[in-house]
Design a protein. Structure first.
Length: 127
């Protein structure tokens, strides 16, 4: 998709000559991948982690009007468990990508891979 650089982070360039006027171009990561599909993926990941429904609904922007939901509240412990679980999934994915190649032409991913590689190479003292 051709993008105009202003306003940040960019807006789709539309109409005749959009590609020529564009400052950048975003290509799909995978065929058929959409933001809505990523919402499904995130919800499934939270379910896999055993995240409480009240926290999943909050993160997804859903409102549960049921009687039981009226008495359910998100706690700091729920948030902490979700953060730990998502962090573990992220690090596992990053390690899998690092095993494929230690570099990436995508700058942000290259920086993440380099930092992960360096942190894995750091020898921790025996305790």
């Amino acid at each position: 998709m051709p993008l105009l650089g202003e306003p940040w982070p960019g807006v789709p360039a539309r109409g005749r000559g959009a590609s020529e006027r564009a400052d950048a171009c975003w290509l799909p990561i995978a065929k058929g991948l959409t933001p809505h599909g990523l919402r499904h993926t995130h919800r499934t990941a939270m379910e896999d982690l055993g995240t409480e429904k009240v926290l999943m609904d909050e993160r997804m922007g859903h409102i549960d009007g049921s009687i039981s939901a009226r008495y359910a509240h998100v706690t700091p412990g729920m948030r902490k468990r979700l953060i730990l679980g998502l962090t573990e999934q992220w690090e596992t994915a990053l390690d899998a990508r690092l095993a494929m190649s230690t570099t990436s032409p995508v700058r942000v991913l290259g920086d993440l891979l380099r930092a992960r590689s360096e942190s894995c190479m750091t020898v921790k003292p025996y305790q």
